[in-house]
Ligand binder design. Structure first.
Ligand SMILES: *Cc1c(COP(=O)(O)O)cnc(C)c1O
Length: 535
């Protein structure tokens, strides 16, 4: 209704009521004015009714919803199911044009406006999380892995001689597969143990050596990752960025769930300011609590972002953008900052509690101070018992025990221990040293996984060898204290069961039915993998 309508309304009902109605209408209108003029998150989140009204109005600006529209094209945004139409607020044209996924769609002014607003809101959220150097972004309706592939393809057009990606190892399959999907060859740079802790971190010299060996012009980019499972820590984005600048090689950061952690955002910010970061990619679901399906590519410079949008063939789904738009509007600055703060507080609390739980069970947390999201418990005492019984695989039962108790997310990581204990390890516990050596000999190659033709030893551990087997758990955005508390109590139960021999008995039973220990072990591992993939 416009001002004239409210005037007319005064002839029909008490003019005071009409005036009130007009004021109510105007306060909602003011929200929209602010959004369109300021193009950033509102201080306070919008209420659902305001968001809904706005979306419904936007929807009427798309041709499929024009009154009396006659469509004689092949794609007219027709939807047969009313339920499906409602699910999308009638925004059925998708986004983009055949030549550019971020371009305006002539048949859909409303959708086109929403795409641009979503980009502004996402950029503001990224900046609020700590990356002020972010100057442009695009929101794509593909998850992180495929989005990384698109970034690679766009870079490739700009740097045709680049065939190799020099990549700091992280054992998350889609990270690696993203490069192969772009037709690139990945050169894996192993991590190195960081002194004075149990952490695995970036081997910056190793990255330099790889680039110099391959020839900088043949390297498409360096790829690093911020968000990761402990005991791996965020890559040294700052140092790698300086190296990238020095060697004139592009640098792409996988920041999958890094927006929720100031450690990660600070690294990217510093990288952008003091070195070279061409783009960084983050998942919409992991950072903004929407269904899986989208990712944001952000950069300190608009050029590559435009290139990525251009490389996308055809139109795309609006849904992941719409989910993000609704969520960001309803959170507002206050809600978004609140979520970030809540996670930070929860993580500190959880680490303390997990540490206490571990100690109660005669276990310890690995010292990984730079990882503020994921935590790992050293399972050495349990591994030794399992090893003594000749059944290291039994450890994975812990993961299944948690999974069957409806805990999703934790992973039990079995790995090959270094065959000659490094000096730090001898310091840590010389007594266990020799037992561990035996383990490593026995299980050499056992935890190997080949992905797209590239073999990885101790896959899951981010390194060919690591000093112990461990269990990881994360305190990610949106986790509540209630569920974290529950996890601690279930973990306690699972550890007791494990020590009581549960799973071992199960295995004994299965032994008759199945061929051998190996295959059962593999099955348990498969189940474990399923748990890992939940993340
Ligand atoms: C989750 C995650 C991915 C994969 O993301 P998808 O959205 O499933 O493609 C890639 N890398 C890292 C570091 C992740 O955490």
């Amino acid at each position: 209704m416009n001002a004239q309508h409210f005037e007319m309304m005064k002839d029909l009902i008490n003019p005071n009521y009409a005036l009130q109605a007009e004021q109510a209408r105007n306060s909602r209108g003011k929200l929209i004015s602010n959004l369109l003029s300021q193009r950033c998150l509102p201080d306070e989140g919008w209420d659902d009714a305001s968001i809904k009204m706005f979306l419904e109005e936007m929807s009427t600006f798309d041709t499929n919803n024009f009154m009396g529209n006659v469509g004689v094209g092949e794609r007219e945004g027709r939807v047969i199911s009313a339920m499906v139409r409602e699910r999308h607020f009638g925004l059925t044209h998708g986004i983009g044009r055949s030549g550019d996924v971020m371009a305006e769609q002539p048949k859909a002014a409303g959708s086109s406006l929403l795409v641009q607003l979503t980009r502004y809101l996402a950029l503001d959220a990224i900046r609020l999380s700590g990356i002020k150097a972010a100057k442009a972004c695009c929101v794509l309706p593909c998850a992180t892995g495929l989005t990384m592939t698109l970034v690679m393809l766009a870079l490739r057009q700009q740097r045709p001689t680049g065939k190799y990606v020099v990549w700091s190892r992280i054992d998350q399959k889609s990270c690696f597969k993203a490069f192969g999907a772009a037709g690139l060859q990945t050169v894996v740079v192993e991590l190195k143990p960081l002194e004075g802790s149990d952490a695995l971190g970036t081997d910056v010299d190793g990255i330099r050596a790889a680039i110099e060996r391959l020839g900088p012009e043949n390297v498409l980019c360096i790829a690093t990752t911020t968000s990761t499972f402990a005991p791996r820590v965020p890559d040294s984005i700052d140092e790698v960025a300086r190296l990238a600048k020095e060697l004139d090689v592009p640098h792409v950061v996988n920041n999958a769930y890094g927006l929720q952690c100031t450690k990660c955002t600070h690294l990217i910010e510093t990288g952008c300011r003091t070195g070279r970061v061409d783009a960084f990619v983050q998942s919409t679901d992991k950072n903004f609590l929407v269904p899986v399906g989208g990712a944001i590519v952000a950069a300190p410079d608009k050029g590559l972002i435009d290139k990525i949008s251009e490389i996308y063939p055809g139109r795309a789904s609006m849904s992941p953008l719409l989910d993000l738009f609704i969520t960001l509007l309803s959170l507002g600055k206050k809600g978004w900052k609140g979520l970030l703060q809540e996670r930070k507080d929860n993580a500190a609390w959880f680490q303390e509690r997990l540490n206490a739980s571990a100690e109660k069970q005669g276990l310890r947390l690995l010292r990984v101070p730079a990882n503020k999201i994921s935590f790992a418990i050293d399972l050495t005492p349990l591994a030794e018992t399992a090893q003594a019984k000749g059944d290291i695989d039994h450890l994975t039962f812990l993961g299944s025990a948690l999974f069957t108790r409806r805990v999703s997310g934790p992973r039990v990581v079995l790995c090959v221990q270094p065959s000659s204990p490094s000096p730090e390890e001898s310091d840590a516990g010389a007594a266990e040293g020799s037992a561990m050596v035996e383990t490593s000999v026995k299980v050499q190659g056992k935890f190997k996984k080949t992905i797209d033709g590239t073999p990885f030893q101790s896959y899951g551990a981010h390194a060919d060898t690591y000093s112990c087997c461990y269990l990881t758990a994360a305190c990610a955005l949106g986790a509540t204290r209630e569920e974290l508390e529950k996890f601690l109590s279930i973990l306690d139960d699972a550890l007791k069961d494990y020590r009581g021999g549960a799973g071992r008995k199960e295995k004994g039973k299965d032994k008759g039915k199945d061929k051998g220990k190996e295959s059962i072990g593999d099955k348990v591992k498969e189940k474990e993998q399923a748990t890992a993939d939940v993340q």
